[in-house]
Design a protein around this ligand. Structure first.
Ligand code: PMP
Length: 290
């Protein structure tokens, strides 16, 4: 496997980063996860834009232009003959000393992996997935804004551990005020009486690219989509519930905290959106192979 690392394409065993890298020491850095469908990088521009915005928010100057980042994404896929899979693009604060200060990190570390990802069992895309609500609350936007896709995922990992302990693949996270926010690496949607609801960004969530894609698709096929705060009561009593994310794609939820959602299967609107999503995903994107 070829990995891009600071200007070179190297084999995995040669892709080495310093133990003094602040990405490793402090989770100080940003990243993107991007899907490749049918030899095309899905929502490439949107992911690159979000990467640069996250870097700006934490004052990392990415030592590349957006065009150069796109070239690296394409070349990493090409070198690994990746037609379908998942790209991870990471920018860390770089190598520093054992203090926190970014002043001691002159050059960001940049690497890119093109591989695969499979977050949930395949059959759950048909049957739906059981989830629980984590007691761990999502980071408050006024403290560390979840819009920053940073290398520090401890908040989400602690919620994921709760899911693992409960024997389900995913956990729903509430914000500080008990409002439904998102899952550990996915955005959440509910459907009630034919209307689709998803939490607004200001409750403290990542502005998911799959979330925006699904909102656009749903509106195009004629559904009303409302970005509105809601509580667990609304989730428990929804007709349908599904999650979206680059890794997760669109996955139905069949129970939340042991409350069966709707009929306890993938509901009809979720099924339609899932199909529409796959149609869009396979015909849209930056081509890897000419
Ligand atoms: N929320 C969180 C916390 C995430 O990490 C992600 C990305 N895996 C998402 C939502 C979904 O965002 P996207 O659709 O852009 O992948």
């Amino acid at each position: 496997m070829y990995i891009y690392l600071d200007g070179d394409y190297v084999q995995e065993q040669d892709a080495k980063v310093s133990v003094f890298d602040h990405g490793l020491l402090y989770g100080d850095g940003v990243f993107e996860g991007i899907r490749v469908y049918d030899g095309k990088i899905f929502k490439c521009k949107e992911h690159i834009d979000r990467l640069f915005e996250a870097a700006k928010a934490i004052m990392i100057e990415i030592p590349l232009t957006k065009t150069e980042v796109e070239e690296i994404l394409v070349t990493t896929c090409k070198k690994n003959t990746l037609q379908k899979g998942y790209i991870r693009f990471v920018v860390t604060r770089g190598k520093g000393d054992l203090g926190l200060s970014p002043d001691k990190c002159p050059t960001p570390t940049v690497f890119c992996i093109a591989s695969d990802i499979s977050l949930y069992p395949a059959q759950m895309y048909e049957t739906g997935m059981p989830i629980i609500t984590a007691s761990q609350r999502r980071n408050k936007a006024t403290i560390v804004d979840p819009q920053i896709k940073s290398l520090n995922y401890l908040n989400n990992i602690l919620a994921k551990i709760e899911a693992n302990q409960a024997g389900v693949p995913e956990a729903l996270m509430l914000n500080h005020d008990g409002i439904v926010a998102e899952c550990t690496a996915d955005n959440v949607f509910i459907i009630k009486k034919g209307v689709i609801y998803t939490p607004p960004i200001h409750v403290g969530i990542l502005d998911g690219i799959t979330r925006s894609t699904v909102i656009d698709i749903a509106r195009k096929v004629g559904y009303t989509v409302v970005e509105k705060e809601f509580t667990l009561f609304n989730v428990y009593n929804a007709d349908e519930c599904f999650l979206t994310g680059t890794g997760a794609e669109v996955i139905p939820v069949n129970s939340v905290d042991r409350r069966i959602i709707g009929e306890g299967v993938c509901g009809p609107i979720t099924k339609q959106l899932l199909e529409e999503f796959h149609k869009v995903a396979s015909c849209d994107g930056v081509a890897v192979f000419e």
